[in-house]
Design a protein around this ligand. Structure first.
Ligand SMILES: Nc1ncnc2c1ncn2[C@@H]1O[C@H](COP(=O)(O)OP(=O)(O)OP(=O)(O)O)[C@@H](O)[C@H]1O
Length: 309
């Protein structure tokens, strides 16, 4: 088997709060990502997805403390110093497809000029804007436009083109389909998939389950800062379907499924209950759930559905 591009082991992030409290944003997350593979990290708002991404990019704020390991080849992203991350990792070894392309693009410069500068900075080459645009299916006849002259879809492609310039083996996409209409969601997802098929590894953070189903090989479900299920996407979207009651409830909440909202709210990460954080909302909860369920590599639940059911 090919070695992973990214190997995350026991990643934990805590925020220290002014009053002395602590926010448990990410707890003991472990997963691997191989070349040519897309892992979708899904879960409700506030469950720690973006914090996990910031930890991988070395962009956590000053009140954060990260522990565990996040190996990109031999480099541990959690202990690498900022100079190294800025010079050799961001853009070169990790390409970031941003959440809000129009905010990420420089408003006063054309797409061509932004591509030209990025190509020069990352590869030392001059020119090549057309080829770089083409890799993200950005039309050459729009290269001289400014970001505000682009549709949402073309802005997303321009941002993706910038993310691909460094030919980074790992692409990290944080909510790449947020705010796009369904048609554009599908096109963006298909384009990202194309880059995966070309050999990139893609970590896609999303609460868009339809986009995840369209593009992902595997799915990691986060709840209250923990990965509670890690599954093959085809099995997850079923049949047989998810094994964790929270993951089942997430799918059941979709309009195209039973459209049943999950009762209650996720817990505050600054005041997590003892035991399983989902127990208060879980139809399967019993006394056993007073203890935090261990993650066995596939699921963390005392009442997980059996894999063959
Ligand atoms: N600088 C910070 N200080 C303290 N807490 C923070 C800080 N940044 C984020 N958090 C907390 O970490 C938790 C996880 O946030 P995160 O943004 O990762 O969630 P998310 O799953 O990405 O949500 P969304 O889908 O809305 O982006 C939240 O409870 C948030 O309030």
């Amino acid at each position: 088997m090919t070695s992973p591009v990214l190997d995350v082991r026991g990643l934990t992030v805590r925020f220290r709060m002014p009053g002395g409290g602590e926010v448990a944003a990410v707890t003991d997350a472990s997963f691997r990502l191989r070349p040519g593979e897309c892992l979708a990290l899904i879960g409700e708002s506030g469950c720690g997805k973006s914090v996990l991404a910031s930890a991988l990019l070395g962009l956590l704020p000053g009140n954060a403390h990260a522990s565990g390991q996040a190996l990109l080849g031999d480099l541990d992203l959690l202990t690498a110093d900022e100079r190294l991350l800025a010079r050799t990792v961001r853009g070169r070894r990790i390409g970031l497809v941003p959440q809000s392309p129009s905010a990420h693009l420089t408003p006063v410069r054309t797409v061509r000029s932004q591509l030209r500068e990025t190509i020069r900075a990352l590869t030392g080459r001059h020119g090549g804007e057309e080829a770089a645009a083409d890799r993200a299916a950005f039309p050459a006849d729009h290269l001289d436009r400014h970001p505000h002259q682009l549709s949402g879809g073309l802005a997303q492609r321009a941002a993706t083109a910038l993310a691909l310039v460094g030919d980074a083996p790992l692409l990290l996409a944080d909510e790449p389909t947020t705010g796009l209409d369904r048609d554009l969601v599908e096109r963006t997802a298909d384009e990202l998939r194309r880059h995966v098929d070309e050999g990139h590894a893609l970590l896609m953070i999303t609460h868009d389950l339809a986009a995840a189903e369209r593009i992902a090989d595997r799915v990691a479900v986060m709840y209250a800062g923990r990965i509670v299920e890690l599954a093959d996407a085809r099995a997850f979207f079923g049949p047989p379907g998810p094994r964790h009651p929270y993951a089942s409830a997430l799918l059941d909440a979709l309009p195209e499924r039973s459209f049943t909202p999950i009762p209650g709210m996720p817990p505050e990460l600054g005041a997590l209950p003892d035991g399983c954080a989902f127990a208060a909302r879980c139809p399967s909860a019993t006394d056993a759930c007073a203890a935090v369920p261990a993650f066995d590599g596939a699921v963390a639940c005392h009442h997980a559905r059996s894999p063959r059911a």
